[in-house]
Design a protein around this ligand. Structure first.
Ligand code: AGP
Length: 593
């Protein structure tokens, strides 16, 4: 979690760039924020709780300096408070640090610091604070800022990306070991950030930091080094193809709505751009003895969708497993195994941990990712990009549909029918484009008006629509804070039915398939106990109290059911007065275990 932004260049109002950059990174954490700019008088530091998006730029204009760092926080160690917000500093505030990740041995390091400086030196409850204080100790012992920085990096256990700045040095230092960090390169300017949208206004040329590397950045030059050996590292410039525009709200009140509507063009795009990578991946999947899809949250639900698709379309057995529960399958990982990670951000800590253990056992790793250059992609010998474009709302919507698309294509490619798959998906894409209109949004918002005060909601589906039911429930609880549960229609009678009362809203997902009657029967049982049935289906059925009609897309109908449930979740949030883009307690990318 957390967003880092840093700037070195010729702009004397660099702090404004930091503030703007942080506003673009707020999706990574938004409980507090802080900036520091190096001025001729030393550092100007401001740290606050709340969202930086609410702060006017005019507040910072008078603090001039060409080097700034900033941070937007998702609290892990220590509560949400201004003193726990970054930047953190040393005793005399001559050096400042912003950090993303987790320092697992911070307790031991605190003791080490206390033995030198005493206990009063700590000003926060964070793990991060040990970094500037340890650098301080090393510098007091005579090391240069740079040598102190590398010494401290070697002491840290866990995952980190951090940037440090000293008031007397003309350069900035940035290191990565486990958490994402990327450098943007413009004329006379360097940007360092956790993610590229923070500087896409200025440049799309980047260097990605690899684990175990640090960079020394001054106004005129940047050099990368290996943290352990100190050897110089040659970096390759890469180009980011995302447009800044695609990372903005495009006139919509929320990113979530904008990203839901992006799905009008999405599937066709994903199909068009994904072909060659899909074919390559299919060849590998074909040869693998045992295949695992692993992921978390929404991506894990898409992994479960993939499990069904591979079974139905390709007759290939695959096991979907939460990355955090990967140990369950570890005994079965060997040289013939293929572990396919699915991740929008490519930075989910549990996924990266699953990759690590797979590698130790000799298994192969591939990934289905959205963010190019992400850790998941860099750890994989093969990756398939879903090309959903930047996803900024915490709730994953278009990335999920794009993952669904790629998994469908992979299933078809496995039986040598990629073109047939492409055709079916392109047709589905056109139908979704026609259907996903303003009228549909209004219709769903009217349904939501009737259920928005309920505090419990259930979603049922069967076959592929079972993981879609799980996903619908996740989306609803994540943004509306309504207790929502998804389950397999057949499970209803085995416990959950006891919870149904008069007026309990139940969302019933029905495709026009061989399971239709089973699901309608389950809906009937819910209705008999007083439930209000919201049917999402290609056609209305008498058991539904409200119907969201989707196009009939055969095997791809679940995509339209999922999009409908995303819209339902969006209106449940907004009509309850909540901001769906920044749900409480959550952040977009979960980079801690
Ligand atoms: C989705 O709405 C969630 N915010 C969350 O479950 C997410 O899908 C999960 O954290 C996985 O993220 P990733 O795709 O970036 O790995």
């Amino acid at each position: 979690m957390c967003g880092i932004f840093a700037y070195v260049g010729n702009d004397n109002q660099s702090v404004l760039k930091a503030v703007r950059g942080l506003k673009d990174l707020e999706y990574r954490g938004y409980d507090s924020w802080g900036v520091a700019v190096k001025t001729p008088q030393g550092f100007f530091i401001r740290k606050e709780t709340g969202k930086i998006s609410n702060i006017p730029e005019t507040d910072f204009e008078k603090h001039e300096g060409t080097m700034s760092i900033g941070h937007t926080r998702w609290a892990t160690h220590g509560g949400v408070s201004a003193y726990n917000a970054h930047p953190h500093f040393n005793r005399d505030k001559s050096l400042v640090v912003v950090h993303n990740g987790i320092i697992e041995n911070h307790d031991a390091l605190r003791e080490e610091i206390a033995a030198v400086f005493g206990n009063d030196v700590f000003r926060s409850e964070t793990d991060t604070e040990v970094i500037p204080l340890l650098i301080d100790i090393c510098m007091e012992r005579g090391l240069s800022f740079e040598n102190a920085f590398t010494e401290v990096c070697k002491k840290l256990h866990g995952r980190f990306a951090f940037v440090a700045l000293h008031k007397d040095e003309p350069y900035m230092l940035a290191a990565r070991d486990g958490s994402p960090l990327v450098m943007g390169l413009a004329e006379g300017e360097y940007f360092i950030a956790s993610d590229t949208p923070a500087f896409l206004d200025y440049t799309n040329e980047v260097y990605f930091f690899d684990n175990g590397e640090y960079a020394k950045i001054s106004k005129d030059a940047v050099t990368f080094f290996n943290l352990l050996s100190g050897n110089h590292v040659e970096k390759k410039k890469e180009k980011i193809l995302w447009e800044k525009e695609s990372a903005s709200k495009g006139g919509h009140p929320h990113f979530m709505l904008k990203e839901i509507l992006d799905q009008r063009e999405l599937i066709e795009n994903t199909v068009r751009l994904g072909g060659p990578a899909v074919s390559k991946a299919a060849q590998t999947l074909e040869k693998a003895d045992n295949i695992f899809f692993t992921a978390m949250g929404t991506a894990a639900h898409m992994g479960m969708v993939g499990e069904y698709l591979f079974s139905r379309i390709a007759k290939k057995s695959v096991q979907a497993v939460y990355a955090a529960e990967f140990d369950k399958v570890l005994p079965f990982i060997n040289k013939q195994s293929l572990v396919c990670g699915i991740s929008q951000s490519g930075e989910t800590a549990d996924l990266l941990e699953a990759f690590k253990t797979t590698k130790k056992k000799g298994g192969k790793i591939m990934s289905v990712i959205n963010v190019r250059g992400s850790s998941a992609e860099r750890e994989s010998f093969l990756s398939v990009p879903v090309n959903a474009g930047p996803e900024r709302a915490v709730a994953s919507t278009k990335a999920a549909t794009a993952q669904f698309t790629i998994l469908t294509l992979l299933a078809y490619a496995l039986i040598g029918k990629r073109m047939q798959g492409e055709k079916k998906l392109t047709n589905a894409s056109h139908a979704i484009k026609k259907w996903l209109t303003q009228e549909l949004l209004i219709h769903i918002s009217h349904i939501v008006e009737t259920i928005k005060h309920n505090e419990d909601l259930y979603v049922i589906g069967k076959s592929v629509n079972y993981p879609i039911a799980l996903e619908a429930a996740l989306k609803i609880k994540e943004v509306s804070y309504i207790h929502a549960e998804g389950f397999a229609a057949g499970e209803l009678k085995h416990g959950t039915l006891a919870l149904i009362e008069k007026g309990t809203p139940c969302v019933v997902l029905v495709s026009n398939d061989e399971y239709k009657q089973d699901v309608l029967n389950a809906a009937q049982e819910l209705k008999a106990r007083g439930a209000t049935i919201i049917g999402i289906s290609p056609e209305a059925h008498p058991v539904f109290d409200h119907t969201i009609v989707t196009p009939d897309l055969e095997n791809e109908t679940p995509m339209a059911l999922m999009i409908s449930s995303q819209i339902l979740a969006y209106y449940l949030a907004t009509l309850r007065g909540l901001d769906p883009d920044k749900p409480r307690n959550l952040a977009k990318s979960v980079t801690v275990k």
